[in-house]
Design a protein around this ligand. Structure first.
Ligand code: DON
Length: 315
């Protein structure tokens, strides 16, 4: 049985303490391989918690719009799992951690070109190619619409981020062609790479991310709009993918210390979901070697411990 969510006052105290404690941490560096991301002010730091009743508690820079990046993979996964079903997705893309960096070609080479996870670049492009639509524009509209439904407001593409990504995404284009040659790409590979890249180039705030995560914590119903976005049966599949691969090579360490399914993006966003309770969202651009927000991870660990959210620690 899931215990009730922690009281909002305890959450306020925990997020304020985390913000105070970690805002002075200057470890890590902004992602630099996408020029736009290098230019985002490194001091920005916001934490938001979204509850399953739709309440959001915030501290710091929670209205700054940042690039969603890899966190988009969760919502494209949600779209495709709804459209083709969990078993078809597992058969076509896979459901296992790679243990290798998010853009690893070696991971593909080791598994006959099968991506294993919808949450690494290869698997996310393969998943984007499975969006059921009449053409690439239709598939893109659905990806954007899914992000918007999770956030409960219209999410937009940043032309600036997209331009910065599309003109530097040669490695991902290479991965798209490898997938095509191994039979794990289900549309034109460059179209799939293009819509995947656009999906990474939308702007969200930490508050949006808290609501997106709270939708998963709430069994697939957006707690603010009350719209059902994902069937409840599909939510555990999405959360288990996040648990296995949400923070790439650091997924195990994250689980060991935070004890919650999570997802990060190189834009500095990070999300942790406590099923049946709440979601913790943080934004802080400097990243560690694995590509995960340094302050975001520290904050999530602190908050999870303070509020006893670890799903492996009953009571
Ligand atoms: O595919 C890429 O390289 C980026 N658009 C997204 C990568 C990302 O966010 C990985 N994250 N931690």
């Amino acid at each position: 049985m899931i215990a009730s969510p922690p009281a909002s006052q305890a959450v306020s105290l925990a997020i304020e303490a985390a913000h105070k404690q970690f805002s002075g941490n200057n470890d890590g560096k902004n992602a630099s391989y996408i020029p736009y991301l290098a230019s985002v002010p490194s001091h920005l730091f916001g934490i938001a918690v979204g509850f399953i009743d739709g309440t959001v508690i915030e501290v710091g820079d929670t209205s700054y719009e940042f690039a969603i990046e890899s966190i988009s993979k969760v919502f494209t996964l949600a779209l495709v799992i709804e459209q083709i079903g969990a078993e078809a997705l597992r058969e076509k893309v896979g459901a296992d951690p790679t243990g290798l960096p998010f853009n690893s070609v070696m991971a593909l080479a080791l598994h006959n070109g099968k991506p294993l996870s919808p949450l690494v670049n290869a698997g996310a492009m393969s998943t984007a190619s499975l969006v059921q639509g009449k053409d690439a524009e239709d598939r893109w509209r659905q990806i954007l619409n899914m992000q918007s439904r999770f956030a409960g407001r219209r999410i937009s593409l940043s032309q600036e981020v997209n331009q910065s990504e599309q003109t530097t995404n040669f490695h991902n284009r290479g991965i798209a062609w490898i997938l095509y040659s191994s039979g794990a790409m289900y549309s034109d590979p460059i179209e799939a790479c293009d819509i995947y890249t656009r999906g990474c180039s939308t702007l969200i705030t930490a508050k949006d991310l808290a609501i997106m995560g709270a939708t998963l914590a709430n069994g697939g119903i957006n707690p603010v709009t009350k719209e059902r976005i994902v069937q409840s049966a599909n939510v555990p599949h999405i959360l288990s993918e996040m648990m296995m691969e949400g923070l790439y090579t650091a997924s195990g360490d994250w689980l060991y210390s935070v004890g919650l399914p999570g997802k990060s993006g190189v834009g500095g966003g990070i999300l942790a979901v406590a099923p049946g309770k709440l979601a913790i969202a943080a934004f802080s651009p400097p990243l560690d070697e694995a590509g995960n927000s340094v302050r975001g991870q520290l904050a999530a660990e602190y908050i999870s411990q303070q509020l006893k959210l670890n799903i492996f620690a009953p009571g």
